[in-house]
Write a new protein. Sequence first.
Length: 188
Amino acid sequence: MANLDLASTPNTLPASTSAPPTSAQPSSSSSSSSIIPTWQSSFAIEQIPTEILVQVFTDRVMIVVTQLGRIGSLVRSLPFDAFLSSLPLPHPASTLTTLLGVAPSARATSLYELYAHHLGAIVFNSLGEEAKPVVLGIALKEFPTRQADSEGEHVGVGGRERNVFREVLNRIVEQGTIWENVSFYMVV
């Protein structure tokens, strides 16, 4: 994530894009003096360099997933309110709020929300009653689809996007319990 460009333009690669990473092994960027638990992984999905960064703060979990070398949109996912689950309304897994940035298309907006819901659910389920908001920074390469709606906007999720989704979620789940060990770092 050293090349992360916060002032970004959606769907454009940075000028100094390097070759796709070949390592599928997570690389920890946290040092022994770091107060913020951090996990980072660089790998290729569908031959596209992909990076994941997870940082656990006392009040939230930050997850960055990027194939463009920068944060494209920031979306906050809040754990559901137990009171709301008792009401006769559809049971929301979480509440999403876009904090910064705009997805490059309506299709990407839906996809980014899907990532936020699922990544939030992974963290919320792991933390139980200690659940905290998840902030997701996300910028993914868009793949063309064969379907288009009446306005020419591509709809649906293709096989390549499904593969990226599965691989990102698998890596987050496999990295384990970084957010579960936060109580060690919390000051009471």
